[in-house]
Design a protein around this ligand. Structure first.
Ligand code: ATP
Length: 339
């Protein structure tokens, strides 16, 4: 068990490392839960202590490289998204706003997200949340938005990817940085992050609702694995994610450089002779290029396209999400966008 002060130190160190090369306004995305509140507290502390070390263009000692670096403008703010899905969601958001202000963060923004229907309730809320966070970052001129995913969240994501069975990319978990989003706590266990939270967190009832697959992984599957395989399973899964990400990145690059698709079609012979790891990536990319929404394109769709190449028996076209289709004609596989 980690004591509060060790936990606070662990969160601050992880954040400092992640922000070492980030200059400008950083926003923490805060739901009011213990993880993102702990991150908000650490961000407020780090920025305040940087400010007290210098003024104007702040000077900052980079612990990794030693020499003093000049940093232009170090501001820290908070954004909370009100999904409007529960009766108390506005009150929860208002409380987070008050907590952000009390921490001295500025700006503090509450943004409404319009949750659609695509991708199920969890997926729709997530897409709306990320879009709203990007919007606020752009409006505020923020260079980074911090998400408080922990090592355990990463482990859960890997297990969910494993259960979905859709290849290396789905085992790669969440990236530490993608676009404006940064996840500085991916290497810190959830119990450590929670122990670092001094403010009163909001407990999202959804986090305990067994209707959600992630909740069952969190409360049943991971504890069971740890009880049978020993502690350290979550850390091992997070390591697996890093290794899988490196492999998936390398294969994606190779596939992009060698695709036989030109203007939406490729010779069946070229596709059939290729290694499956490349062929399936080519097929997926070609489907995306034909306008399939990435979130809706499954391994099953890629299987069906692959069958047109490897198990040809005169079958009809494969209908893809977004109205695109794939068909075999004159020795070529042709991907046609929605008309
Ligand atoms: N309503 C929201 N407003 C702003 N940021 C959010 C919101 N919901 C989630 N986030 C961000 O996305 C991260 C992951 O969210 P998720 O719901 O998966 O995590 P969680 O385990 O419930 O985290 P937390 O304890 O911080 O709520 C959060 O840590 C937070 O940074």
């Amino acid at each position: 068990m980690t004591g509060p002060s060790l936990a606070v130190a662990a969160v601050r160190v992880a954040l400092r490392r992640a922000l070492a090369d980030v200059d400008g306004l950083v926003l923490v995305a805060c739901s009011g839960g213990a993880d993102s509140l702990a991150l908000a507290e650490a961000l407020a502390f780090e920025r305040a202590s940087e400010a007290s070390r210098g003024s104007g263009p702040l000077t900052h000692r980079d612990d990794r490289t030693g020499p003093m670096r000049q940093r232009s403008e170090q501001r820290a703010g908070l954004v909370t998204i009100d999904h409007g899905l529960h009766a108390d969601s506005a009150a929860v958001a208002a409380r987070v706003v008050a907590q952000g202000r009390a921490l001295g963060l500025d700006p503090v923004r509450c943004e409404r997200a319009a949750v659609g229907r695509t991708g199920g309730p969890e997926g729709a809320a997530r897409s709306a949340r990320y879009a709203a966070l990007e919007r606020v970052a752009e409006q505020e001129g923020a260079v980074a938005v911090l998400l408080a995913h922990t090592l355990d969240d990463q482990a859960e994501t890997v297990l969910l990817g494993l259960a979905r069975g859709s290849g290396t990319r789905s085992l790669a978990g969440m990236p530490a940085v993608r676009g404006v989003f940064h996840r500085p706590l991916l290497g810190v266990p959830r119990d450590v992050v929670r122990a670092a939270c001094a403010l009163e967190p909001w407990e999202d009832p959804a986090n305990a609702d067994p209707a959600f697959t992630r909740t069952r992984v969190r409360h049943d599957v991971l504890p069971f694995l740890e009880s049978r395989l020993g502690p350290g399973v979550a850390a091992a899964l997070a390591r697996t994610a890093r290794a899988a990400r490196d492999d998936a990145d390398a294969l994606d690059e190779l596939a992009a450089a060698s695709t036989p698709f030109r203007d939406g079609s490729a010779a069946v012979d070229d596709l059939g002779a290729a290694r499956p790891a490349l062929r399936r990536r080519w097929l997926r990319s070609a489907a995306l290029a034909a306008g399939c929404p990435a979130g809706a394109l499954t391994a099953g769709h890629v299987d069906a396209l692959e069958a047109l190449v490897l198990r040809w028996r005169g079958q009809g076209p494969v209908h893809l999400p977004g109205g695109a289709s794939g068909a075999r004609a004159c020795g070529r596989l042709v991907l046609t966008p929605h008309r």
